[in-house]
Design a binder for this molecule. Structure first.
Ligand SMILES: NC(=O)c1ccc[n+]([C@@H]2O[C@H](COP(=O)([O-])OP(=O)(O)OC[C@H]3O[C@@H](n4cnc5c(N)ncnc54)[C@H](O)[C@@H]3O)[C@@H](O)[C@H]2O)c1
Length: 331
C-alpha cells in the first residue's frame, strides 16, 4: 500500500484526491496547501489529515507525493521530495524555465527516485487506444499527425500573466501527445500565434490562438492547432494518417442522441472542459503510477518526457516571436 502526501489543495488536487482514495494500492496519508484552510477542507472531504508541505516531505512513513501545487513550485518540490526518498507524480509543466527544469532532472536523477509527469491525456481511453492501434501497425507508418485542442473559454487575464504563455501552459499537453503518437521528438518547430479572441491577452504578452507545424528527421509532419475559445465546448481531436490508413479520435459528447428532422441532423455538444472530458484519464494515470512504484516497473511518463515537451514549448514560443523555425536542438 503506497502512503501518499498530496501537495496542493486547489482545482486539480481535488481530482487527484479522488484518484488516490479510489485506488486499492494507495492511501491518502496527508494533504498540504499554502493556505492551511484549503488543505483542511480537502483532507476532511477524503478522511485524511492536513499538514504542511515540509512536514509531509520530512515524514519517512510517506512513500510518495503527488505535486498539484502552482507551477512555480514544481521543480523545488520534486527536488525536495526525491531527496527525502519519495516517489513523485508531478503535474505538468515541470517548470516555466527550461534551464531550471533541467537542473531539477539532474538533482532528481542523483536520488534514483522515480518521477512521473502528469501528462494525463496519454491515459485517455480514446488516445491510448489510438496509440495502441498505431503501435500494432494497423495503419502502417505514421506520416501526418493533426491535433486540435480548443478550450471552451479563455481563463482570466490574471491567470494568463503567470501561466508562462499558451505554448508552456496549454499546448504543452499537445506537444506531449505528439511525442506519444510519433514515438520521438521533432527536429524543427514553426509557430504562429495571435491574440484574436481577447486583445487583453495580447496586451499581457501572450497569444490565444496558435498553429504549430513540426517536422521530424524522416520527413513526417505534425500540425497542432490551439484556441482559448470554442463556443460549442472543449474540442479535443487527434487524427493520424499512416501509410496504410487513418486513425481518428473524436470528441466525447454530452450524450449520444442524434436528432434528424426536416431541419437537418443535430447532436449534442462536446463535454464542457477538461474535468468532464478527462476524468477517467486522471484515475488511469494514477493507477499506472501506483502499479509502477509498487511493482518496481518503469514509469509510463518520465521527467525526461516533461522536459522534452517543455523544450518544444520554448522552441514554439521563440518561433512565434521571431517568425522563424526553431530547431529543437538549439533550445
Ligand atoms: N493535467 C491537467 O489536466 C491539469 C489541469 C489543471 C491544472 N494542472 C496543473 O496543476 C497545477 C495546479 O493547477 P490548479 O489549477 O489546481 O491551480 P490552483 O491554483 O487551483 O491550485 C494550486 C494550489 O497550490 C497551492 N500551493 C502553492 N504553493 C504550495 C506549496 N509550496 N505547498 C502546498 N500548496 C501550495 C496554492 O495555495 C493552491 O491552492 C498547475 O501546475 C497546472 O498547470 C494540470
Amino acid at each position: 500500500m503506497l502512503k501518499v502526501g498530496l501537495l496542493g489543495a486547489g482545482r486539480i488536487a481535488g481530482v487527484h484526491a479522488t484518484a488516490i482514495t479510489s485506488n486499492p494500492g494507495s492511501t491518502l496519508a496527508a494533504v498540504s496547501d499554502f493556505y492551511p484552510e484549503n488543505a483542511q477542507k480537502l483532507a476532511d472531504q477524503y478522511g485524511s489529515t492536513a499538514r504542511t508541505t515540509e512536514e509531509i516531505i520530512a515524514d519517512d512513513s510517506i512513500d510518495a507525493v503527488l505535486v498539484a501545487t502552482s507551477t512555480d513550485t514544481h521543480s523545488d518540490l520534486i527536488e525536495a521530495a526525491t531527496a527525502a526518498g519519495k516517489a513523485v507524480l508531478c503535474e505538468k509543466p515541470v517548470d516555466l524555465s527550461l534551464e531550471r527544469a533541467r537542473a531539477c532532472r539532474e538533482a532528481a536523477a542523483k536520488t534514483g527516485k522515480p518521477v512521473m509527469i502528469g501528462f494525463n491525456r496519454r491515459f485517455d481511453p480514446n488516445f491510448s487506444a489510438m496509440q495502441a492501434a498505431l503501435t500494432a501497425g494497423e495503419i502502417g507508418k505514421p506520416e501526418l499527425l493533426s491535433i486540435t485542442s480548443f478550450d471552451p473559454a479563455p481563463p482570466p487575464v490574471a491567470y494568463i500573466k503567470v501561466s508562462g504563455g499558451l505554448f508552456r501552459d496549454m499546448m504543452i499537453h499537445d506537444f506531449d501527445m505528439a511525442n506519444f503518437m510519433m514515438g520521438e521528438a521533432p527536429v524543427s518547430i514553426t509557430a504562429t500565434g495571435s491574440s484574436i479572441v481577447d486583445a487583453e491577452i495580447g496586451q499581457a504578452g501572450d497569444v490565444d490562438t496558435a498553429v504549430v507545424t513540426m517536422t521530424y528527421a524522416d520527413g513526417r509532419i505534425c500540425v497542432i492547432k490551439n484556441s482559448r475559445r470554442a463556443v460549442y465546448g472543449y474540442d479535443q481531436r487527434v487524427e493520424l494518417l499512416g501509410s496504410d490508413g487513418l486513425l481518428q479520435a473524436q470528441n466525447m459528447l454530452e450524450n449520444t442522441v442524434v436528432k434528424s428532422t426536416t431541419a437537418g441532423v443535430t447532436g449534442a455538444k462536446p463535454t464542457y472542459f477538461f474535468l468532464e472530458r478527462y476524468m477517467p484519464s486522471y484515475a488511469a494515470e494514477w493507477g499506472a503510477f501506483v502499479d509502477a512504484v509498487n511493482g518496481g516497473g518503469a514509469l509510463p511518463v518520465t521527467l525526461d518526457d516533461g522536459i522534452t515537451a517543455l523544450a518544444m514549448a520554448e522552441a514554439a514560443t521563440r518561433s512565434a516571436q521571431t517568425g522563424q523555425p526553431v530547431r529543437l536542438e538549439d533550445v
